[in-house]
Design a protein around this ligand. Structure first.
Ligand code: DAH
Length: 345
């Protein structure tokens, strides 16, 4: 009666030794330990055993069961240890219903970069200047006299009461300050005189104590342009502005210069562009900024000989350009950082 047990033992252990995968192990378990497996049939044979031998037989079967279950547990642990990493990832599982929203650069940043790109392609390099300025650069050298209304303390952010003999400091009210700084630097680099043409654009923040509404903010952005060469004229200014307008708004953009006055340019003009924002909308004129030929007094203030050099300059509101291009109705949307707006634009 021991023989069938020994046969099963040998068979079970030798087959178990050959098991190398979870599937083979499961097949082995069903064959030997399953509900209709070999071990069960040994127990089923109990009824054919003479009564006086049943206890011994039962004990022997139980011992065999314990032995092969122990061997099974060992092999199972070994196989799971090597197969675990594969089993952790089930490529057939559906994806998690979670969408990570990707961030992106603010629309004003994108517009500023696009403007710099457009002007770079026309040979302008990008210059920057400080936001905390003195009134020499914000006003005096730009030919804005002391009695000019633009210098009213109520229209500017002066940051301190100047000690006697020092210049008042202020948050710049226009990026035209960078024209002055660029020309002064070029003259310093030239050892006291300008030695070659200048072509820069300068984007940046400017500050004015305006009451905030749909079109005004106490802080906004401008981009300033300056070109100095020996033979520049209004025609160069106009063709540069038109090339810019078409690159930024598309080839159908039209341009209009309206005579105006700025202390730092003579002649001066307001620049309007006529653009069609959507194919279903008629084109409309919008005011973009000011421009003109650099006033000789400004060149002189920077140490540049106006008999030898001429220049043109322009300054645009970046918010205006962004609102015009993207149909943004209210300037406050640009500063509130509402994700519903930022994600849609
Ligand atoms: N600085 C002017 C302003 O803030 C804009 C401007 C007008 C800039 C004419 C220029 C210019 O360079 O030539 O209103």
């Amino acid at each position: 009666m021991q023989d069938p047990l020994n046969t099963l033992r040998t068979d079970a252990l030798s087959k178990l030794a050959a098991v190398a995968s979870p599937a083979a192990l499961e097949a082995w378990r069903i064959e030997f330990l399953g509900s209709s497996g070999s071990l069960k049939s040994l127990l089923g044979a109990m009824k054919d055993i003479p009564k006086d031998q049943r206890a011994a037989y039962g004990g022997a079967v139980n011992a065999l069961k314990a032995e092969i279950e122990g061997a099974f547990a060992e092999v199972k642990a070994r196989i799971e240890a090597t197969a675990a990493p594969k089993d952790l990832i089930d490529p057939t599982e559906p994806g998690l219903l979670r969408s990570e929203s990707l961030g992106r650069r603010h629309v004003l940043t994108r517009v500023r970069e696009e403007l710099c790109d457009v002007f770079s392609r026309m040979g302008f390099s990008v210059a920057v200047g400080p936001e905390l300025e003195d009134d020499d650069h914000n006003f005096v050298k730009l030919n804005i006299p002391p009695e000019h209304p633009a210098r009213d303390p109520l229209d500017n952010f002066y940051v301190d009461v100047p000690a006697p003999g020092t210049k008042p400091r202020m948050l710049r009210s226009q990026t035209s300050t960078v024209q002055i700084r660029t020309m002064e630097q070029a003259v310093r680099d030239g050892g006291g005189q300008l030695r070659g043409p200048i072509r820069i654009v300068s984007p940046g923040r400017v500050y004015r104590p305006d009451t905030v509404d749909a079109t005004h903010s106490f802080m906004f952005h401008q981009i300033e342009g300056l070109a100095i060469d020996t033979d520049l004229s209004m025609a160069d200014l106009k063709s540069t502005l038109l090339a810019f307008a078409r690159a930024y708004f598309g080839p159908a953009a039209e341009l209009r210069l309206r005579p105006s006055f700025f202390p730092f340019t003579e002649p001066s003009a307001e620049l309007d562009l006529r653009v069609s924002l959507r194919p279903d909308q008629p084109p409309r004129w919008m005011e973009i900024g000011g421009c003109g030929m650099v006033d000789p007094a400004v060149l002189t203030a920077c140490g540049i000989d106006p008999e030898q050099w001429r220049g043109f300059a322009f300054g645009f509101g970046i918010e205006r350009l962004a609102m015009g291009k993207y149909g943004i109705p209210d300037i406050r949307l640009l500063f509130e950082n509402d994700l519903r707006f930022l994600g849609a634009i």
